[in-house]
Design a protein around this ligand. Structure first.
Ligand SMILES: NC(=O)c1ccc[n+]([C@@H]2O[C@H](COP(=O)([O-])OP(=O)(O)OC[C@H]3O[C@@H](n4cnc5c(N)ncnc54)[C@H](OP(=O)(O)O)[C@@H]3O)[C@@H](O)[C@H]2O)c1
Length: 334
């Protein structure tokens, strides 16, 4: 019988609260498939989850298995599943549980992965690139020529926003540390050094749209960087996680952003991929399938900077939290 290993949070807090453990091999129940995991991303959102600052997983108590997304090969099919076969390669966004050698999935949720694509690159598409695609085309309906500021431009979602934004004909600026300026430029944007420059002073008339997954100062400076009528799209709060803020305060800042925008003649949207998937499951499937087709055609290529084994996961969490990465770390259980 194959061995199952999992990455689990045994204690909320820093990366020392993560352990790799043996686990029973799950069996596919009715309507389910079991997959052998080929690739499962490590994300900044995993840090938010293990620090117990993530709304969707707030009720979970350790131990629980991490792993937001995966690419896997079906090795067992449960009763009543039609249209899927042993050996098919599929993707899913599970929020938890995918940093494992094997897991089960609801057959109705999986998205087929085209043959011949790299599993680690495909894994990067599931959370990071689908988020970027939906921010551009579902949350904001962005038009060519718009002047757009992307925060965290060298990050996983930031790079995807720039790559997809360039294809959509946007004029883009991206905040990143100085060492990532060339990367930001290569993705078609003007770099802004967030450690030395003031992004609110870059355009006198302000940006049309700001995408902000950082949420510095409760998004105040991002709102200030917009022109009148401009739109802030907030989708994360890394700055508050780094500062060790409490979830109540973070949610208050997020909840009040629309009112604050309105008072200054601007607009604000808060995006969550889980909420959008719950409301429009067909959008998630369509958007991910479109991104897989682009990956297969070679028109996009996510940067994967490390394909790691179970033994490197704790260190990978430390690296993600320390910052300075310029691509994804992906667990490839092999
Ligand atoms: N709402 C949703 O559905 C959704 C979906 C996906 C992700 N998210 C959230 O979005 C955020 C970004 O995710 P990610 O996966 O792209 O994370 P990531 O790969 O860690 O990228 C974040 C980037 O932000 C940069 N950064 C940190 N502090 C900054 C600052 N003050 N100004 C400008 N840039 C700064 C980091 O740069 P350095 O490396 O230089 O520090 C890093 O390049 C996270 O909070 C995540 O939880 C939300």
């Amino acid at each position: 019988m194959p061995r199952n290993r999992v990455v689990q949070v045994v204690r909320f807090g820093d990366a020392d609260g993560i352990e790799v453990a043996d686990a029973p091999l799950p069996a596919a129940g009715p309507g389910q498939v079991r997959v052998r995991v080929l690739a499962s991303s490590l994300e900044y959102t995993d840090v938010v989850i293990r620090r117990h600052l993530y709304l969707q997983t707030l009720r979970r108590e350790p131990p629980f298995v991490l792993g937001y997304d995966l690419i896997g090969e079906i090795d067992q099919i449960g009763e009543g599943v039609v249209g899927l076969r042993i050996g098919d390669c599929v993707a899913d966004m599970t929020v938890l549980g995918s940093n494992a050698s094997y897991r089960t999935l609801e057959a109705a949720d999986v998205v087929p992965v085209p043959e011949g694509v790299d599993a680690a690159e495909a894994a990067a598409m599931v959370l990071s690139w689908t988020t970027a695609y939906q921010l551009l085309h579902r949350a904001v309906h962005i038009l060519p020529g718009r002047r757009v500021l992307v925060h965290g431009a060298a990050g996983a979602v930031g790079q995807a926003l720039l790559a997809l934004g360039a294809g959509a004909g946007l004029r883009m600026w991206g905040t990143a540390r100085a060492q990532h300026a060339d990367l930001v430029r290569s993705l078609g944007a003007t770099p802004i050094d967030y450690q030395r420059e003031d992004f609110t002073q870059v355009l006198t008339r302000g940006f049309d749209v700001v995408f902000d997954g950082i949420g510095q100062d409760g998004y105040r400076r991002s709102l200030a960087a917009l022109n009148r009528g401009g739109t802030l799209c907030g989708y994360g709060y890394s700055a508050s996680v780094q500062r060790g803020s409490r979830l109540g305060g973070i949610m208050l800042a997020v909840a009040s952003v629309s009112l604050r925008a309105w008072l200054s003649g601007k607009h604000a949207r808060i995006y969550s991929i889980n909420l959008m998937r719950a409301r429009h499951p067909e959008w998630f499937r369509e958007d991910l399938a479109r991104l897989f087709a682009m990956l297969k055609a070679g028109s996009v290529r996510p940067r994967v900077v490390g394909r790691i084994g179970f033994g490197e996961v704790v260190d990978a969490h430390r690296r993600i939290e320390a910052g300075g990465l310029d691509g994804k770390l992906v667990l490839c259980p092999a």
